[in-house]
Design a protein around this ligand. Structure first.
Ligand code: SAM
Length: 321
């Protein structure tokens, strides 16, 4: 399948996300010692954007930790993470920094993106070190591929699930291992039938898994229309949002496509009820902030979905907060 201009624009959304995450790190919202390697030109974001990314990153970090802790308590020695449309996400490096984590990490993105990521990793010693002993990993910048003991960076177009499965299998992905699938601002950029087929593919393939989605909702009110037209103006339409316009339709996308159960909440609820209170207190005093009305609007227009397949009974009590 050849790339078109809309594929190129969606790849650029990755750079945008990493610039925003670095902006948060520089202001002290959260720690990430590796993001700076992936940003060519840093730029300061508004307090509103910083706080939005902070809630996104904190919520997703908490969920992955919960999943890991949950399975470890049930005796699992290894878990897998499959990050779809991972872009330049640095979670693997942050997780690995204190020492081996027992997590095998797999990332898939367009080859254009994984080539750039592989080249950056190859050129940065602190990143390379975290891949483990040098004789045990292979970096192929031209192919956009890294295969290491605990980390695989793989080129793939998620619209071709067969090819993605073959690529993952060749890299040693084990469908029987408990797996945390993450799609952070990814599926919404795909046509509804393509994202549904990703959900169906993994629903059938993975018996013990959680699938976590973070993305936009509520395209029809005034703020939602504005959000959509802003992205469209940048050549990046939210092609998928017609099929997942609210938390209920997000839940249905999973339960209609082979997942046992799913739950979803908007980010207003997640921030208010579920995020760590001391972290909120700490970060709320980092910058002068007076855009409360807009803040609530933005948070109302994003959600997190967690779907679960529990073939082994190990995920009985795991869910969205
Ligand atoms: N998940 C990362 C994060 O949140 O920091 C990056 C998010 S970025 C907004 C969207 C990513 O999805 C881009 O890196 C883009 O290349 C990737 N993507 C979109 N459609 C894709 C597809 N069909 N196949 C593979 N990757 C895709």
């Amino acid at each position: 399948r050849s790339l078109n201009t809309s594929d190129l624009s969606v790849q650029r959304t990755n750079d945008d996300a990493q610039v925003s995450k670095l902006s948060c790190v520089n202001k002290g919202y959260f720690r990430d010692d590796y993001i700076r390697y992936f940003v060519r030109r840093a730029s300061r974001r508004s307090p509103l954007i910083n706080r939005g990314y902070f809630s996104r990153v904190l919520a997703l970090r908490q969920l992955l930790q919960d999943f890991h802790a949950h399975l470890t308590s049930k005796g699992a020695e290894t878990i897998q993470v499959l990050s779809l449309g991972a872009g330049f996400d640095t979670s693997f490096f942050n997780l690995q920094a204190p020492g081996p984590s027992g997590v095998r990490w797999f990332e898939v993105d367009f080859k254009e993106v994984t080539r750039r990521k592989a080249a950056i990793i190859a050129a940065s010693e602190p990143l390379r070190k975290l891949l483990g002993p040098q004789d045990r990993h292979r970096i192929h910048p031209d192919e956009g591929r890294i295969v290491a003991e605990a980390y695989s960076l793989l080129p793939g177009d998620l619209r071709d699930t067969k090819a993605c499965q073959a690529t993952l299998e060749a890299a040693g992905f084990d469908p029987a291992c408990p797996t945390y699938v993450l799609a952070e601002c990814v599926l919404v950029y795909m046509e509804p039938e393509d994202s549904a087929s990703v959900v169906r593919w993994l629903g059938q393939w993975l018996r013990t898994a959680a699938f976590v989605v973070y993305e936009q909702i509520r395209p029809h009110d005034a703020f939602g229309k504005q959000m959509i037209s802003n992205l469209e103006a940048r050549g990046c339409p939210l092609k998928g949002i017609s099929a997942t316009k609210d938390t209920a339709s997000h839940i249905r996308r999973f339960t209609d496509n082979g997942w046992e159960r799913a739950d979803a909440k908007d980010m207003s609820t997640i921030y208010r009820v579920h995020l760590d209170a001391s972290e909120k207190r700490r970060t709320e005093s980092l910058e002068i902030f007076d855009e409360f009305e807009e803040w609530h609007m933005i948070q109302d227009h994003y959600c997190i979905v967690v779907a679960v397949n529990d073939g082994s009974g190990k995920l009985k009590d795991f869910g969205l907060f």
